[in-house]
Design a protein around this ligand. Structure first.
Ligand SMILES: Nc1ncnc2c1ncn2[C@@H]1O[C@H](COP(=O)(O)OP(=O)(O)O)[C@@H](O)[C@H]1O
Ligand SMILES: [Mg+2]
Length: 185
């Protein structure tokens, strides 16, 4: 994987696969550091699953033998002078809290870090793959920010699904415009 956005896609796909209804994705650039946080209200993991998560041979998925998502993220973070922390909770009973929070730090200007890649495409793809899930996406760089909240979007869209091609096209363009503004010096 030679773009950071592909790591984002992989990690957030874990949240959708865990049945999350709400997913919050934060990217925060602070000087030489990039912080990446994903919070979901999915099924969560047991202590045992959590302990094995950094092991590339651990996966609960059936379609591929090895789970490289989290181990790859840990490798990239540690290679660039950062870290990954994961906290997770399974529901203890009906209606109890559950979910996972992954936080990572990367050295944004480290030689081993990657181009951020197509974040607009990644967010659009994630929404397309889980149009009933609510996503909050917030990328900040100093005072500047790119933000998308599907809850707000739904209020405007009414009955129109987020999976409609014209809605997805609008989302992608809206993000691209926000990134253009962010990247202006
Ligand atoms: N956000 C999450 N919520 C619940 N379980 C998760 C989450 N992230 C990872 N997992 C669990 O950890 C396993 C390993 O994840 P990962 O390293 O991305 O590999 P893969 O997704 O290919 O299985 C998943 O199969 C899943 O069981
Ligand atoms: Mg994965």
């Amino acid at each position: 994987m030679d773009e950071f956005s592909l790591y984002v896609l992989d990690i957030v796909n874990n949240s959708t696969r865990a049945g999350a209804r709400n997913i919050r994705i934060f990217l925060r650039e602070e000087g030489d550091d990039l912080y990446f946080t994903v919070e979901d209200d999915g099924c969560g993991m047991s202590e045992e699953q959590l302990a094995r998560l950094r092991d590339p041979f651990f996966t609960t998925r059936k379609t591929r033998k090895v789970g490289l998502g989290v181990p790859f993220l840990v490798m990239l973070a540690e290679m660039t002078g950062g870290w990954v922390k994961i906290a997770s909770k399974q529901a203890a009973g009906e209606g109890e809290d559950h979910g996972t929070k992954l936080e990572a730090k990367f050295g944004l200007h480290h030689v081993d870090f990657l181009p951020l890649g197509d974040l607009c495409g990644t967010v659009t793809t994630l929404i397309q793959g889980a149009p009933d899930t609510d996503f909050l996406y917030l990328h900040t760089r100093g005072e500047k920010q790119v933000r998308l909240d599907t809850k707000e979007l739904r209020q405007v869209l009414g009955d129109l699904s987020l999976a409609e091609p014209e809605v997805l096209a609008w989302i992608r363009e809206n993000l691209a415009e926000q990134y253009e503004q962010m990247n202006q010096v």
